[in-house]
Design a protein around this ligand. Structure first.
Ligand code: SF4
Length: 278
C-alpha cells in the first residue's frame, strides 16, 4: 500500500537538510531504459521507488570566466564539490528516515564512473532518473531542466523498497515547448555537440562533447574537434594518446577532474540556458 505519509516526510526531510527539490517515481520506470545502464533491481533486488534530489547552484556561482582553468577549478570546482557533499549528506538523512520506518535505501553517488562505451554512465544517468521521478524534463542540452532552477543543479538518486506516492512524469513537455523555440545551447556549443534534430537523450554527440568537457578546447584553442576525434570508434580512447602527446598539460586537467568531483571544463550549454530563470 502506498505510504503517503512517509512520502511527505521524506520530501520534508530532504528540503530541511538543504535540498532544492525532490521527485519520487516508481523504480520500474528506470528499468529497460535507452542507455540504461544498470537495472534498479541490480542495485536493489526489491526496489519499489526512486527518489531524485536536486540542489541548485548559488546565484552568481556559474557566472565565472572559464578560459582560465586555475580560476575555474578554484571557483566552480569547489562549489560543485561542496554541492555534491551536501547531496551525500541529504541522502544519508533520507536513508536514515527510511530505515527508521522499516525500509531500506541506497544512494547512487553524484559522481558516477564513466564508461564511454555505454555513453556517460556505467550505472545510471541522474538526469534520466530525475525525469522518471517527475523532477523535470531533459532539455536539448541533455541536462535535467527543472521549473524552479533550470539546469543549474546537481543531482543524486536513491532507490528504496518503500512503496511511496509517485509524482507524474513531465518528460517531453519542456523539450517540446521551451527548448524548440530557444536552441541557445545548440548555438553556443563550441564543439557543435548538440543536434537539435534529435530527441533527448540522443541530442548530444559524445565524442564532440568530450572534446569540450575534458579540456581539449582550452588546451588546443580549437573549438570544433578534429575529424579523427569526431569519428573515433568505439570511443575517443583510441585517439586520446595522440592528443595527450600533443598537449601534455592535459595531466593537470586530469588531476583537477579527480580532485574536484569530475569537474567539466566547458559549461557553456548550462550557463546559457535561460530555462527556470525568473
Ligand atoms: S538553452 Fe534553450 S534549448 Fe538548450 S536546454 Fe536550455 S532551454 Fe533548452
Amino acid at each position: 500500500m502506498t505510504d503517503i505519509e512517509l512520502t511527505e516526510k521524506i520530501k520534508k526531510k530532504a528540503i530541511e537538510l538543504g535540498a532544492g527539490k525532490v521527485g519520487i517515481g516508481e523504480a520500474d520506470r528506470c528499468d529497460r531504459t535507452p542507455f540504461f545502464y544498470t537495472s534498479p533491481y541490480t542495485i536493489m533486488k526489491d526496489a519499489k521507488s526512486l527518489i531524485s534530489i536536486c540542489i541548485p547552484y548559488p546565484k552568481g556561482s556559474l557566472d565565472i570566466p572559464t578560459d582560465d582553468p586555475y580560476v575555474f577549478v578554484s571557483t566552480f570546482g569547489n562549489i560543485k564539490n561542496t554541492l555534491h557533499n551536501k547531496l551525500r549528506e541529504i541522502s544519508i538523512g533520507v536513508i536514515n528516515l527510511l530505515n527508521k520506518n522499516g525500509y531500506k535505501g541506497v544512494s547512487i553517488d553524484p559522481v558516477i564512473p564513466i564508461d564511454e562505451r555505454r555513453w556517460m554512465a556505467c550505472m545510471l544517468s541522474h538526469s534520466y532518473a530525475g525525469m522518471m521521478s517527475g523532477l523535470g524534463d531533459i532539455g536539448m542540452n541533455g541536462m535535467l531542466l527543472t521549473s524552479e532552477f533550470g539546469c543549474k543543479i546537481e543531482l543524486i538518486t536513491l532507490f528504496t523498497d518503500a512503496p511511496l506516492d509517485y509524482d507524474s512524469i513531465i518528460g517531453g513537455t519542456i523539450f517540446n515547448g521551451f527548448c524548440k523555440e530557444c536552441k541557445k545551447c545548440v548555438e553556443v556549443c563550441p564543439a557543435q555537440a548538440i543536434d537539435s534534430m534529435k530527441k533527448p537523450p540522443y541530442t548530444i554527440d559524445l565524442n564532440r562533447h568530450l572534446w569540450g568537457i575534458q579540456g581539449w578546447i582550452d588546451l588546443s584553442k580549437i573549438e570544433v574537434p578534429p575529424e579523427d576525434w569526431i569519428n573515433a570508434k568505439p570511443t575517443v580512447d583510441t585517439v586520446i594518446p595522440k592528443y595527450r602527446g600533443r598537449y601534455p598539460k592535459i595531466k593537470e586537467y586530469d588531476k583537477w577532474r579527480d580532485e574536484y568531483d569530475d569537474v567539466p571544463f566547458c559549461l557553456k550549454c548550462i550557463t546559457v540556458c535561460p530555462y527556470g530563470e525568473k
